[in-house]
Design a protein around this ligand. Structure first.
Ligand code: SF4
Length: 109
């Protein structure tokens, strides 16, 4: 599967039966679907720092006007998404979210 189809394609992976399915009803209106999807993950080839910064800024601009930004961020936190921009946050930024915010979102069991 081409990497540019992420992040929505990643969420289509089958969950283990013991895991409570997470709400994905927000995904059909996600603005990163289609033509913008290449902005949310690094390319399979190398990417210079300035290129990455420009790509991430463009992705975050899409997230800022996305109607499901909060749902997306909660999903990413709940599913501990390791890669990509979700809800306007890079993976590094998500790891650095204050613990108080993280505690608001129930951990995936
Ligand atoms: S907030 Fe960003 S990553 Fe999340 S669905 Fe919207 S556009 Fe996609």
């Amino acid at each position: 599967m081409p990497r540019v189809l992420l992040p929505l394609c990643m969420s289509l992976l089958v969950e283990e039966e013991s895991v409570t399915p997470m709400d994905r009803s927000w995904q059909p209106v996600a603005l990163c679907r289609g033509n913008h999807s290449h902005l949310f993950f690094p390319p399979t080839t190398s990417e210079r720092k300035d290129e990455r910064e420009r790509r991430e800024l463009r992705a975050k601009a899409v997230c800022r006007v996305c109607p499901v930004q909060n749902d997306c961020l909660e999903y990413a936190m709940e599913s501990t998404e390791q890669y990509g921009i979700w809800g306007g946050f890079t993976e590094t930024e998500r790891r650095q979210l204050p613990a108080a915010i993280r505690r608001r979102i129930p951990a995936a069991v």
